[in-house]
Design a protein around this ligand. Structure first.
Ligand code: CP
Length: 312
């Protein structure tokens, strides 16, 4: 049962067993997504508020699709359409939203810790849809679900995460979740983009992309998060691409069964070449597809909280 957890704020808070409960529910949700009529009454009468204070394509739309497929009533806020622009604080926003008795809040925010702050001021479950450079737990869950679907499990798998690790909430959540599920995780990037202490989360570190690719079963490429970098951390994107970009030439020396993933948005020709994005190794669109089922499962389990019920 996920009942003891009011919120989903980070990957450290949930156990391997609880991750498996989410995936069991996600498999059932995936079956619903394949039906002609992709809608069940599971969250009928429940109200979900989506607060997106930062741009998003995949996360925002997949939460909305997930909510609609579960028949929830959804309310969408963006930074520009909320009273945050008039100086209202996040805590005042939380208090006002709480007064309307929603059944769950989904929040994306540019500041690390914003979802924790909101959760501390609300009785309603809060789902972190990405907070600054901190965590993106629903992305990690859909990444792990996608790998399990393809390989059967993470135990003993070698996973390399390559790119701007310092500014990546996905990297942090993936390292925590994937090591918990038994994978060996290596992170790779320029020294200026590797945060101190990342080994404490259970990851190995290399600065050499060829070493990161050697023997890897799964490679997760991350974009340069220029919007979060206060200064340029590499001489130019062209040089970054030369030393850390994934190309078919680099891929030629890897396992034939290698899996390539990317949480998006992809910068084609910078961290990954177009032929790899669209090639047979790529699970990038499978990640997006699974994002809906995994988020349906999360909403169900955090709003209703019964892992034994039928969803049909
Ligand atoms: N993966 C991800 O968070 O993408 P969006 O920023 O488009 O939501």
């Amino acid at each position: 049962m996920l009942k003891p957890h009011k919120n989903l704020l980070n990957m450290g808070a949930i156990s391997r067993e609880e991750i498996e409960i989410i995936f069991n529910a996600a498999s059932a949700m995936k079956e619903i997504c394949l039906r002609d009529i992709k809608k069940v009454p599971t969250l009928r009468g429940k109200t979900i508020m989506n607060l997106f204070f930062e741009p998003s394509t995949r996360t925002r739309s997949s939460f909305e699709v997930a909510e609609k497929r579960l028949s929830a009533d959804t309310i969408n806020f963006s930074a520009s359409s909320s009273s945050i622009t008039k100086g209202e604080t996040l805590i005042d926003t939380a208090n006002n939203l709480q007064a309307m008795n929603p059944d769950a809040i989904v929040i994306r925010h540019p500041l690390s810790g914003a979802s924790d702050l909101l959760a501390a001021h609300m009785n309603t479950p809060v789902i972190n849809a990405g907070d600054g450079m901190h965590e993106h737990p629903t992305q990690a869950l859909l990444d792990i679900f996608t790998i399990i679907e393809k390989t059967g499990g993470l135990q003993g798998l070698k996973i390399s995460i390559i790119g701007d690790i310092t500014h990546s909430r996905v990297a942090r959540s993936d390292v925590i979740g994937m090591t918990k599920m038994g994978a060996g995780v290596t992170i790779c990037g320029p020294p200026t983009m590797i945060p101190p202490g990342i080994e404490e989360l259970g990851a190995k570190v290399t600065y050499d992309i060829n070493k990161a690719l050697d023997g890897a079963d799964v490679v997760i490429m991350l974009r340069l998060q220029l919007e979060r970098q206060r200064q340029m951390l590499f001489p130019s994107t062209r040089e970054y691409s030369k030393y850390y970009g994934l190309t078919s030439k680099r891929l030629a020396n890897t396992s034939k069964n290698i899996i390539i993933m990317h949480p998006g948005p992809v910068n084609r020709g910078v961290e990954i070449s177009s032929d790899i994005v669209d090639g047979p190794w790529s699970l990038i669109l499978d990640q997006v597809n699974n994002g809906v089922a995994v988020r349906m499962a999360i909403l169900y389990l955090y709003v209703i909280g019964d892992s034994d019920a039928s969803f049909a």
